[in-house]
Design a protein around this ligand. Structure first.
Ligand code: NAI
Ligand code: MG
Length: 518
C-alpha cells in the first residue's frame, strides 16, 4: 500500500503510548481499502483504565494550576503542528478509516480550527465573573469555573481524528486531563493525533489512551472519570448515559441522525443538487450529520432529481492516498452489509434505484456506489433508520409546510439542510426544523465549522453540545462564592412579621429596577 504507515514497526511505535498493564488478548484491525490485517491492538482492561486515570489525576492537578494562557499556548502550537504534519495524519486516517483524502483533510482542518478557536476564547470563558447578588451593593456574588478533573472521551471510527481530539482540546484548555478510548479500528491515528499534542507542549501524562472494545473498556472508562464526552451510536450512547447517571457524572452524547435536506420551490436545482451530493456522500455517508432524506418541492422535483442523479454518478469512487477519488470505502464489513440490506429491502418493497445500488469489489472489499433511491415508503428500513452509508432517498413534497412536517417526522434531530434562492426564507424555515444544527445552502459544513456556535442533537441524536461556549463550559464545575456585607439575610432583632413585610416590599421594588448591583 501506498503509505509509509502500512508498516508494522511504525504502527507499533505509536502503540508504545498506550496504557497497557499486564497480559491481555489482542484485537485484529484491518485496512479497509484491502481488507488486509493492519495490526493487532491490545484489548484494554479495567486495570488499564484505572492506571490511566491515576496517571492523569496527578498531572491534572499541576495543569489546572497553570495560567490559562500557558494551557492555550499548547492549543495554539497544536494547530500549526497538525497542519505541518498533515501528510502523516491524512495517510494514517485514510489507512485506518478507508476514507478519501479530501474527507480526511476535513478532519485536519477541523482540529486545527478547533484548537485555534479555544486558544482564543478560553481565557474569557474561564475568567471568574461577578453576578448580581441578592442584596444590592451588599452581596458580592462571583462565579468561578473549576475543571471537572478527568474527562473520558469515547470516539468512533468515522472521523477518527476530529472525534478523538476536538472535545479534548476545550477540556484541556479548561484545566482537565483526558483519558481517550478511541474506536478499535482507528486507534493508531488517534495515538498520532495525541502525540502531536505532546509535541506541541502538552504534558504527556495528562492525556492517556486505552485501546479496546466499547462494551468492556469503554464501559469501564465511564465508571472512573468525572465527565464523559461520547460520540457514536444511539444504542451505545444510551448505555453510556445510564452509567453516567448511576455515577452522577455529567455527559455529552453526539449520536446518530437521519438528516433531512429540503429543496424549496425557489432553489437553483443544479446548485442544490451539487450541494446535496456532498451532503449525502461525504465520507461515503458515514457521517453523523450527513443527509439521508431529501424533500424536494414538486415544482422543481424533476429538474433536481436529474441533476442529483448525475452528480451522484459523477463522484469519483476509489481508494488511494492522493486527492483523486472523492468518495472512499466504507470502513468495515458491517457498514457495507447494513448499506446493502437497506437498499435490498427498499428494492424488494418497490423502491427504484436511480443511481448506484452496487458493491464495487473491483475497488476494494467495502466499496459501495453513491446511491439514490426513489419511492421509499414507511415499510422500508431506509425510510427512518440511519443507514450510515452512501444512500439517499428522494421524496416529492407539494409545499414548504409539507417539507418541514416530513423533516420533523423523526426520532432523530441532529442536522438539516435547506436550499433556496432566498437566504432569509431559508433561515426562517431552518428555525422550524427540530435539529440542533441547520445549514442554509450548505449540507453540513457551514454549521459544523462555525465552531463559535454550539453543535449537537435534539431527540435521539444526543444530549448536550460541543463547540461554542457550551463546548468548553461543559468541562467545568460552576462554583458561586457569595460574600455578604453589612445587612444579613435574616430578621435579626426585627419581629418576623415586620421582616416579611419589609422583604416583600423590597422584592417588589427590586423587581422593577433593571440590572442592579452587578
Ligand atoms: P458504536 O457506538 O458501538 O461505537 C462508538 C464508540 O463507542 C467506540 O469507541 C466503541 O468502542 C464505543 N462503545 C460501544 N459500546 C459501548 C458501551 N456500551 N459503552 C461505552 N463505549 C462503547 O458504533 P459502531 O458499532 O462502530 O457503529 C454502529 C452504528 O453506529 C453505525 O452504523 C452508525 O449508524 C452509528 N454511528 C454513529 C456515529 C456518529 O458519529 N454519530 C459514529 C459511529 C457510528
Ligand atoms: Mg449518513
Amino acid at each position: 500500500m501506498d503509505t509509509e504507515w502500512a508498516d508494522a514497526d511504525r504502527l507499533a511505535g505509536l502503540r508504545d503510548d498506550l496504557v497497557v498493564t499486564g497480559d491481555r488478548a489482542s484485537i485484529s484491525v484491518e485496512a479497509p481499502y484491502t481488507g488486509d490485517e493492519l495490526a493487532e491492538i491490545p484489548a484494554g482492561t479495567e486495570a488499564d483504565i484505572e492506571a490511566a486515570v491515576e496517571r492523569v489525576e496527578t498531572a491534572q492537578e499541576a495543569w489546572a494550576e497553570r495560567p490559562v494562557e500557558e494551557r492555550t499556548a499548547v492549543l495554539d502550537r497544536y494547530a500549526d503542528r497538525v497542519l505541518d504534519a498533515q501528510a502523516d495524519v491524512l495517510d494514517l486516517a485514510q489507512l485506518e478509516a478507508g476514507k478519501s483524502r479530501r474527507d480526511a483533510f476535513e478532519e485536519v482542518l477541523d482540529v486545527a480550527a478547533t484548537a485555534d478557536h479555544y486558544a482564543t476564547v478560553a481565557d474569557d470563558l474561564l475568567a471568574s465573573e461577578g453576578r448580581r447578588g441578592v442584596l444590592p451593593g451588599l452581596t458580592k456574588a462571583t462565579v468561578h469555573r473549576h475543571p471537572k478533573g478527568v474527562v473520558g472521551i469515547i470516539s468512533p471510527w468515522n472521523y477518527p481524528v476530529t472525534l478523538a481530539i476536538s472535545d479534548a482540546l476545550p477540556a484541556l484548555a479548561a484545566g482537565n486531563g483526558v483519558v481517550l478510548k478511541p474506536a478499535e479500528q482507528t486507534t493508531h491515528v488517534a495515538l498520532l493525533a495525541r502525540r502531536l499534542l505532546v509535541d506541541a507542549g502538552l504534558p504527556p501524562e495528562l492525556f492517556q489512551v486505552v485501546s479496546g472494545e466499547g462494551e468492556r473498556v469503554g464501559a469501564a472508562l465511564v465508571d472512573h472519570v468525572d465527565y464523559v464526552a461520547f460520540t457514536g451510536s444511539t444504542r451505545a450512547g444510551r448505555e453510556v448515559a445510564a452509567a453516567a447517571g448511576r455515577n452522577l457524572v455529567d455527559c455529552s452524547l453526539e449520536l446518530g441522525g437521519k438528516n433531512p435536506l429540503l429543496v424549496l420551490d425557489d432553489a437553483d436545482p443544479e446548485k442544490a443538487a451539487r450541494g446535496a451530493a456532498r451532503a449525502c456522500y461525504a465520507n461515503a455517508g458515514q457521517l453523523c450529520i450527513s443527509t439521508e432524506r431529501l424533500y424536494v418541492h414538486d415544482d422543481i422535483y424533476d429538474e433536481f432529481r436529474d441533476a442529483f442523479v448525475a452528480a451522484a454518478r459523477d463522484l469519483r469512487l476509489g481508494g488511494g492516498f492522493s486527492y483523486g477519488p472523492e468518495v472512499g470505502s466504507l470502513q468495515n464489513e458491517a457498514q457495507l452489509r447494513k448499506t446493502v440490506e437497506h437498499v435490498e429491502d427498499a428494492v424488494e418493497k418497490g423502491a427504484d434505484v436511480l443511481a448506484g445500488g452496487r458493491e464495487r469489489p473491483d475497488l476494494g472489499p467495502y466499496f459501495y456506489e453513491p446511491t439514490v433511491l426513489e419511492g421509499v415508503t414507511p415499510e422500508m428500513t431506509a425510510f427512518d433508520e440511519e443507514t450510515f452509508g452512501p444512500v439517499a432517498s428522494l421524496y416529492r413534497v407539494d409545499s414548504t409546510e409539507a417539507a418541514i412536517e416530513r423533516a420533523n417526522d423523526s426520532e432523530y434531530g441532529l442536522n438539516a439542510s435547506v436550499w433556496t434562492s432566498d437566504p432569509e426564507r431559508g433561515a426562517a424555515v431552518g428555525q422550524r426544523i427540530d435539529c440542533g444544527t441547520v445549514n442554509v445552502n450548505e449540507g453540513y459544513a457551514a454549521a459544523w465549522a462555525s465552531i463559535d456556535a454550539p453543535m449537537g442533537g435534539m431527540g435521539d441524536s444526543g444530549v448536550g453540545r460541543r463547540h461554542g461556549d457550551e463546548g468548553l463550559l461543559r468541562f467545568t464545575e460552576a462554583q458561586t462564592v457569595a460574600v455578604q456585607r453589612g445587612l444579613r439575610i435574616d430578621p435579626g432583632p426585627l419581629p418576623q412579621a415586620l421582616w416579611a413585610k419589609a422583604m416583600s416590599g423590597g422584592l417588589r421594588l427590586l423587581g422593577r429596577l433593571p440590572g442592579w448591583a452587578r
